[in-house]
Design a protein around this ligand. Structure first.
Ligand code: ZN
Length: 443
């Protein structure tokens, strides 16, 4: 059996004095203590004496297409609803080629920041975009990153009391048929899955209750996960009370989503009682610190949610509200905003846990998010060679406190996907030029 020894790492998250990590058949086979040798022959050795080793980061919320509208002049400096209303007409011009380039760019950025598993919430299906999910799967496979592709949707437009214009919504039958199609075609189950499908009606103010209920039933039938935006802003809270006569969480329960199949993006404006219910039912929450600060949405109650039993993960959120796709940057922002909300007892290890084990739990996965025997060989390795790290003492803390931005090596399922800071098989300059050209059409 061939194997790779990650030898003498500078530091490993979750392991004191680790002398090496042995990888075989795409999994972690051994975590060596000082003086311990691999139990069987290894074919390759990677000297990691300059590297801080983390489990591959897991990003649980994004909108890849938004990389095309970063720092958009019509949208900057606005709150969520005004920001969305400014951008919906711009996004309605999305084409298959723009979806492909934005997906490729976002996945490449994520890989370079140490992400080995990501989700994307694609909910825009203007005419000619029927194959958006297929394009995303193709791009993820091409780059070798794990992905939970969420089949998003919107079917409540302005004429029916929703927020988006008619041009970007679909009808319920069309949405459900495509959900069934992509689940049947792509959804992998079990350990080591590279592509999974989740169902993701966009938010209370963009979909009907009927669609929420139908997606809940489909997810149960096919054993896949459910995702949506919830409790992101006070405006959404007011919308739910005005249109549905209940809070966002009561709405979630009303449509049959209050269960451990669900993970929510943002989860900010929850009462003490809401937090308790989320924990009791095992609903995951993806904390999006950067986006929440940019849109002045508020602060996720991470500590109370985890204490109640709800998994808490981390997400970069869409690149029009971030405006990057760098989850290591998100880890640092999570530390800082949570320090402000709570106190200095929130540590870099909390922020790193959200981006790894917590995020994996949000996606319903126990095979990733940790460096432990039997887990997938998904690793993100950072050097401390840049000027920003000079003088740093604790190597793991340094990644977060000094602002690590770019991984030196990234591995997914035992295969190198980033080598010497560059993505394998991607011409970064050509991608930058093509994406930049495509983005100009959205100005
Ligand atoms: Zn979002």
């Amino acid at each position: 059996m061939s194997g790779l020894l990650i030898k003498s790492p500078l530091a490993v998250l979750g392991h004191q004095d680790c002398a090496g990590i042995v990888l075989r058949d795409g999994r972690i086979a051994e975590v060596l203590k000082p003086g311990q040798a691999p139990s069987a022959r290894v074919d390759d050795v990677f000297d990691a004496s300059r590297h801080v080793v983390l489990p591959g980061l897991v990003n649980t919320h994004h909108h890849f297409y938004q990389t095309l509208t970063r720092a958009h002049p019509q949208a900057i400096n606005k709150k969520l609803f005004d920001w969305l209303k400014a951008l919906y007409p711009v996004w309605s011009r999305l084409t298959p080629e723009a979806v492909r380039l934005s997906t490729r760019l976002a996945l490449t950025e994520l890989l370079m920041s140490g992400v080995t598993t990501t989700s994307d919430h694609h909910y825009l299906f203007p005419a000619d975009l029927g194959e958006a999910m297929d394009i995303q799967v193709e791009e993820a496979r091409r780059l070798g990153i794990r992905m939970t592709v969420t089949r998003g949707s919107m079917n409540l437009s302005e004429k029916d009391g929703g927020l988006p214009p008619d041009s970007v919504v679909q009808d319920e039958d069309e949405i459900l048929a495509d959900c069934e199609r992509v689940i049947g075609k792509y959804h992998e189950r079990g350990e080591g899955a590279m592509i999974q499908i989740a169902l993701a009606p966009c938010s209370p103010f963009t979909v009907t209750k009927s669609l929420m209920c139908a997606c809940g039933d489909l997810a149960e039938k096919h054993d896949c996960r459910l995702h949506t935006h919830l409790a992101e802003t006070r405006d959404e809270d007011a919308f739910c009370h005005s249109v549905f006569g209940m809070s966002p969480l009561d709405y979630l329960e009303d449509v049959g989503w209050l269960n451990s199949r669900t993970w929510l993006a943002h989860g900010i404006h929850f009462s003490d009682g809401d937090v308790k219910r989320l924990g009791q039912h095992g609903v995951g929450v993806c904390h999006c610190p950067t986006s929440n600060m940019v849109l002045a949405s508020g602060q996720c109650r991470t500590r109370e949610l985890e204490a109640a039993g709800a998994p808490v993960g981390l997400g970069v959120d869409g690149s029009a509200s971030n405006d990057s796709s760098n989850l290591m940057e998100g880890v640092r922002h999570a530390l800082m905003i949570n320090r402000l909300t709570y106190d200095a007892s929130v540590t870099h290890l909390d922020a790193l846990r959200w981006a790894t084990k917590g995020s994996a739990a949000c996606l319903g996965r126990s095979d990733i998010g940790e460096i432990a025997v039997g887990k997938q060989a998904d690793l993100a390795m950072f050097t401390l060679d840049e000027l920003r790290f000079s003088g740093a003492g604790d190597p793991v803390a340094a990644l977060v406190l000094c602002g690590a931005h770019r991984a030196d090596r990234v591995m997914v399922g035992g295969k190198w996907r980033v080598v010497d800071g560059l993505p394998v098989g991607v011409d970064v300059a050509a991608l930058r030029a093509a994406h930049g050209e495509a983005a100009r059409r959205f100005l």
